[in-house]
Design a protein around this ligand. Structure first.
Ligand code: NAG
Ligand code: NAG
Ligand code: NAG
Ligand code: NAG
Ligand code: NAG
Ligand code: NAG
Ligand code: ZN
Length: 476
């Protein structure tokens, strides 16, 4: 009898532990959302009640320094790798790799060549290598096979698929039998309309309101799926936007014979590949061509851009001053808004908000680097970080509590480069205590049933007696 009891107690203790720890991943759900081209100050252009709700009950960072060049693909890849462009290899939306002798072009959606992505390992893969599942709704690169793998769930890129459909997929994956712990959601606006109208246009007001409504829809769906209180939602963007004008155009054909070079990427950072033997001629022609164009030989590119040490950075880059547009000739169309400029410019900076059990409430932080998001994500997911250029320490004040979480310490140490230390894993864990409480209740209930059964089994007459008592009642 005693050995039976001990055995049962042991099983129940194991059950308690497994319940406790199986609740842990609930704390580690992360949904990362990018609204392309959402400039940091759009939040105050028109009323944005949903964004403000998130801020009031979560955190906001005012100035996020993104990476050079301030374009979509380079920055989205930084958000999920923590690396500068020269290190993750997606140096532009349009690239040529002389070693591979291959081109990459967003304009032609010619982006599915794995080799362009494989200088880094994005978080959706690292997360899966750690035994979890990732799900992506059109986040750039998530429908590309990278290091032989895809996210467990993803949508092939199709700009016509509505925001609502993307949200529906994300919710489905978070609530499925084998749920994802990391979701990535991408939406093309306000970038598209920002290019078209220019950020200074009063017509941007309704565009921003529409994004706020979309966030409202996402919040509503998360609440409906009982995810709102347990999931860590991070809302950010790749870059901002600045106003351009017909009066601020730099026409390369005016200074340079277009047969002397290939224009790999256009504006506002012209990536120039001189033809064989034409380097000096091209450089001399451009170097002092226009007061609003700064021309760099590759080795002269400022260190602070971390944009030099990669084959895909062309021998000459010509960078336009803010609001200036580079064209080969004026027959090309002109956009009223653009980005890609120096990442030190505030207009190029994106938003950053977060809400969820891991984050503080109603907290505003002045500044961070977009490379810091990656170690933060790894921390939230309790997965080891690949080498990166960010720092968890620099963003740790966004987190709600300093209660050490036991599970995280047992993970293999992250391969941080100098910054975050593995012992830094700290997180509140309400679910942990809920788990303990719930587990204890289950154990007590189990013991009550167990003892009741034990007592009953020692009085063999009782069940038939009960039957006899019951019968008259049933017949009545
Ligand atoms: C690079 O590829 C092009 C075709 O895309 C080919 O014509 C050319 O010969 C290749 N160059 C080298 C050096 O292999
Ligand atoms: C893209 O999505 C739209 C809307 O859902 C659909 O009609 C269209 O067939 C899709 N295109 C491709 C190539 O899948
Ligand atoms: C463009 O160049 C002119 C002349 O050097 C300068 O005064 C102006 O500030 C520049 N524009 C920008 C946006 O830097
Ligand atoms: C203008 O530039 C585009 C490429 O940007 C080229 O296709 C077109 O032929 C050029 N037009 C003239 C008149 O040079
Ligand atoms: C949020 O913080 C600000 C100042 O940091 C304070 O004025 C405001 O009352 C706070 N709001 C709430 C809802 O706590
Ligand atoms: C960025 O991180 C990569 C990977 O750890 C490293 O090789 C590179 O030197 C770092 N860059 C800087 C400027 O620290
Ligand atoms: Zn854009």
């Amino acid at each position: 009898m005693t050995s039976k009891l001990l055995c049962a107690a042991f099983v129940l203790a194991a059950l308690l532990l497994s319940i406790t720890f199986s609740l842990q991943p609930d704390q580690q759900k992360v949904l990362l959302v990018s609204f392309d081209g959402f400039r940091w100050d759009y939040l105050y252009r028109v009323p944005t009640p949903h964004f403000h709700h998130v801020m009031k009950h979560g955190v906001r960072v005012k100035q996020v320094t993104n990476i050079f060049i301030t374009k979509t693909y380079p920055n989205h890849y930084t958000l999920v790798t923590g690396l500068f462009a020269e290190n993750h290899g997606v140096v532009a939306n349009d690239m040529f790799d002389p070693m591979l002798n291959k081109s990459f072009s967003l304009d032609n959606m010619n982006i599915y060549d794995s080799e362009f992505w494989e200088e880094a390992t994005p978080i959706w893969i690292t997360n899966q290598r750690a035994g979890h599942a990732s799900g992506a709704a059109m986040w750039p690169g998530t429908d590309v096979k990278i290091h032989e793998s895809f996210p467990a769930h993803y949508m092939p890129y199709n700009a016509s698929v509505s925001f609502e459909e993307r949200v529906a997929k994300i919710i489905e994956w978070f609530t499925s039998k084998e749920p994802i712990n990391l979701g990535l959601l991408y939406w093309e606006d306000p970038d598209d309309m920002g290019h078209h109208l220019g950020p200074d246009s009063p017509l941007m007001g309704p565009v921003i309101s529409d994004i706020d409504n979309k966030l409202g829809y996402l919040m509503q769906m998360l609440k409906k799926a009982n995810l709102w209180d347990t999931l860590n939602l991070i809302i950010t963007s790749d870059h901002g936007m600045t106003q351009c004008s017909e009066e601020r155009v730099i026409e390369l054909d005016q200074y340079l014979d277009k047969d002397l070079y290939l224009l790999i990427d256009g504006s506002p950072v012209a990536a120039i590949l001189p033809k064989e033997g034409k380097f000096d001629e091209v450089y001399e022609a451009l170097a002092h061509a226009h007061p609003n164009l700064t021309v760099y030989k590759k080795e002269e590119i400022p260190e602070r851009w971390h944009y030099k040490y990669n084959n895909r950075v062309q021998p000459i880059i010509a960078v336009a001053d803010e609001g200036w547009h580079i064209l080969q000739n004026k027959s090309e169309g002109l956009m009223l808004g653009n980005h890609g400029y120096d990442n030190a410019l505030a207009e190029m900076h994106p938003i950053f908000l977060a809400h969820g059990p891991a984050f503080r409430k109603n907290f505003t932080k002045e500044a961070m680097s977009s490379t810091d998001l990656y170690p933060l994500l790894c921390h939230l997911l309790s997965i080891p970080a690949m080498p990166h250029n960010g720092s968890l320490r620099r963003v740790q004040d966004l987190l709600s509590s300093t209660t050490p979480r036991k599970m995280a310490h047992t993970q293999s140490p992250p391969l941080h480069r100098g910054h975050g230390k593995p012992g830094e894993h700290e997180q509140e864990s309400n679910a942990y205590f809920i788990g303990v409480t719930l587990g204890s209740i289950i154990v007590i209930v189990f013991f009550i049933i167990f003892f009741k059964h034990l007592i009953l089994s020692q009085i063999p007459a009782l069940p038939s007696m009960q039957g006899e008592i019951a019968q008259p009642l049933l017949q009545a």
